[in-house]
Design a protein around this ligand. Structure first.
Ligand SMILES: Nc1ncnc2c1ncn2[C@@H]1O[C@H](COP(=O)(O)OP(=O)(O)O)[C@@H](O)[C@H]1O
Ligand SMILES: O=C(CO)[C@@H](O)[C@H](O)COP(=O)(O)O
Length: 405
């Protein structure tokens, strides 16, 4: 006999990453009680994504229709219920989101979020009209070179931007993306009452109101003063007008934002006392989830590959990012991100084995590490670090070692 129902406490986490939405229900000893996922390409083919994103007509343009994420939330919750997951035991909900992507709420969208009808699906209510930008940029987008130059110049150069925000201006970062929308779709920007990151969007759905952005994921915007853990007025001013109102005050990633909205109580039997915690970026989440000491380096192999480390003090890196640490909130984290990652591996796997990872791993295991000196770098898309694209191959005979002729 297990503990009485009122003592059973579970914790529900979401990961809204590039290719899928995953949900995991954990017990109080962190055991997995239930898990479900929704793959955008195959479960929601009507959105026509490839690797979870839509490519635009402009080179390096990538976007997503936010309603796809809303629909994915409907489906993933239903999949948990179909596994008999008892959502009335959930004590708290939180999430991790692909970094840098942004959502632009219309006034109508905010109103709908606050008055959801539990008889209807989320996506039947939070539809296209909830957002003023229906092709919303995600981290893969790199079309904001002009805005990056403008923002850096306006704060006195690249080094000043690094010193303030922890990163030079990167095309995928939210600040340059917001500036592009302000410049190219001024009307939409004016109509955007609030702007969410993908992470704060997850909390918003459960809270029933637009959740604040946490300062760890907020560090991936080129807008946050990472030392003060607040928006940099200088950066906001050079990005777009009246941006502070649209972003609200950033909060600690540890914050409890409120109770779950009545929609989830009525539709999925969540307890009205269930708490909604701030969500954060997927990389800050990955670093904190690894529970490693400060001298460890964490590597995450996913749609993007990332390298993460804890830092006591922020450093002024020419490349890469310093973010506010998600759990040691007085500290910082270093992040390097590489975009030619799982999608490149996937393509190679399809070519060589027809998409069978076991076979692919067998092939890898059948050659020694270093592959006899035959190596290749596949930058199918313009890489972030180093900035470059193309395929480079090294064949053993071509590599000249000093002293070996
Ligand atoms: N056995 C495997 N070996 C290498 N890559 C894999 C394997 N299984 C899945 N993948 C790849 O991992 C990627 C998904 O990783 P995931 O961590 O869920 O992504 P994300 O970073 O978007 O959260 C997919 O591109 C998939 O093809
Ligand atoms: O741009 C970055 C980090 O700066 C990416 O790592 C995104 O956060 C996407 O995450 P995945 O979907 O690859 O996990």
């Amino acid at each position: 006999m297990g503990p009485p129902k009122q003592l059973k406490r579970t914790f529900l986490g979401f990961d809204l990453s590039t290719q899928k939405l995953k949900a995991v229900l954990l017990g109080s000893s962190l055991e997995v009680v239930a898990a479900a996922e929704v793959k955008f390409d195959t479960d929601l083919p009507e959105f026509r994504t490839t690797g979870g994103a839509n490519a635009g007509i402009i080179k390096n343009e990538y976007f997503v229709q936010p309603v796809m994420w809303v629909k994915a939330m409907d489906i993933v919750l239903d999949r948990l219920v179909m596994q008999q997951a008892d959502l009335s035991t959930v004590a708290a909900i939180s999430g991790s989101g692909q970094q840098h992507g942004s959502l632009y709420w219309s006034k109508h969208g905010i109103n709908t979020l606050q008055n959801l009808d539990s008889e209807k699906f989320l996506h039947a209510q939070i539809d296209d009209s909830a957002f003023v930008v229906n092709r919303t940029p995600i981290w893969m987008d790199a079309t904001t070179t002009k805005q990056c130059l403008e923002m850096e110049m306006a704060v006195g150069g690249t080094l000043n931007m690094v010193e303030l925000t922890g990163s030079k201006c990167y095309e995928r970062f939210t600040g340059p993306q917001i500036r592009k929308i302000y410049q190219q779709r001024c009307h939409a920007y004016e109509e955007a009452n609030r702007i969410s990151l993908v992470s704060s969007f997850i909390s918003s759905l459960f809270l029933g109101s637009v959740a604040p952005i946490d300062f760890s994921d907020g560090s991936g915007m080129n807008l946050l003063d990472i030392r003060k853990k607040n928006w940099s007025k200088e950066c906001l001013n050079v990005c777009a007008p009246d941006l502070d109102k649209r972003l609200d005050i950033p909060v600690s990633p540890n914050s409890i934002l409120g109770n779950v909205s009545p929609y989830f109580v009525e539709r999925f039997s969540f307890s009205p006392d269930c708490k909604v915690a701030a969500s954060t970026g997927d990389n800050p989440s990955a670093l904190s989830g690894m529970l490693v000491g400060s001298s460890w380096l964490t590597i995450s192999l996913g749609t993007s590959d990332t390298l993460m480390m804890s830092l006591k003090e922020p450093l002024n890196w020419e490349e890469g990012h310093i973010l506010c640490h998600p759990t040691e909130t007085e500290e910082f984290m270093g992040l390097l991100c590489f975009r030619n990652a799982s999608l490149v591996r996937e393509e190679m796997n399809k070519k060589t084995t027809g998409g069978n990872w076991d076979k692919f791993n067998e092939y890898l295991d059948s050659t020694p590490r270093g592959n006899f000196g035959n190596m290749a770098v596949h930058f199918n898309d313009m890489e972030i670090i180093p900035e470059g694209a193309g395929i480079l191959r090294w064949i053993k005979e071509w590599i000249q070692f000093p002293g070996r002729g």
